[in-house]
Ligand binder design. Sequence first.
Ligand SMILES: Cc1ncc(C[n+]2csc(CCOP(=O)(O)OP(=O)(O)O)c2C)c(N)n1
Ligand SMILES: [Mg+2]
Length: 374
Amino acid sequence: MPIRTAFKTEIEHVSILDEHGQFDAKLGAGLIPDGDVVRLYEHMSICRHLDEVAFKLQRSGRMGTYPQNMGQEATSLGAAYALDKTDWMVPCYRENCGLFWRGLPMEYVLLHWMGDERGNAIPRELFCMPLAIPIGTQMLHAAGLAWAAKYRGEKQIACTFFGDGATSEGDFHEAMNFAANLDLPVVFLCQNNSWAISVPGKIQCSAPTIAQRGLAYGMHSVQCDGNDVFAMVKVVRDAAKRAREEHRPSFIEAVTYRLGDHTTADDARRYRDQAEVELWKTRDPLIRVRSFLKERKLWNDSKEAELRERAEREVSAAVQRAEGIEAPSSNDVFDHTYATLDPQLLTQRETLRTNSLGQESGRRPSHAQSGGAH
Ligand SMILES: Cc1ncc(C[n+]2csc(CCOP(=O)(O)OP(=O)(O)O)c2C)c(N)n1
Ligand SMILES: [Mg+2]
């Protein structure tokens, strides 16, 4: 028998507004109304300012470790813009811009990195999951949320965000396999920023594209310029339509770059070449949208100056709200861990600040009541 080709495919790369200001008028026509491009640019700028302030808060001991989002703003923002307000956003930790667009007040992110769990108590009506720090876990949650929506016959879909490094985790592959085989409405959005802390992309994945990982599970996969908010809107809109109408998951590899260190606990100069960083600075998602707007007379220097002031005002108000929150209660550990407290836990809660933790006089611990040995 002659050898035949069992399967052949290609991975498309989508770019609409590139770093040289080239705009694909055909792909970009009607994609985002001008007024919204202005709002998206303003949003990215405010988010960038928050990143600068958060860095200083960490350095001055007012906040714990913080991962800067700088350079990756367009990726989650384009996605949030393309999704419906009731679609689940299931993030990792570099999606501030998209989460803020959805409506998450900035202080939630600050509180999270200040180690305050109230930063994770995201209002239900925002349909955002808390930031996921354990790498790769959130894709399974997204598959579960999408499964639940499908089971209930709702039109809601889930979009989950993760890095290139996360695609080497077992949980990622289980989520992909599950979503593909059960026809779940999930958008898997990989933010390939070339690095997983100090591990370079080329030893993370030996295939030429990460998008191929999606193809292996039989789902539609595409690569796009993750620093191009137009391309992001297009690919996420397509994937969301596929999820909503066909219940099929999609994989998107958004090629981007983190301009900062991995986190404030890292010094990227120890492992990456400054020339690489300088090259990516020219591909900054903010610069190209600002030039796009200026060329169309939708932006000018005085608007830029006003925006700078607005960013300072809004970020400093968010910092004040985060730092001004009342001290957390020591009861939180009980109240937010259990739906109902059994008598033993109730006693522990009541006696937490006493010398006889769990053994308040007048009330015997429940295991003693049930005859348990001391
Ligand atoms: C399960 C797990 N293993 C290891 C870590 C430590 N860790 C934190 S971030 C990171 C790299 C993640 O890289 P990537 O997925 O590419 O995301 P990026 O930070 O580049 O956005 C690692 C290994 C972790 N948080 N969770
Ligand atoms: Mg990465």
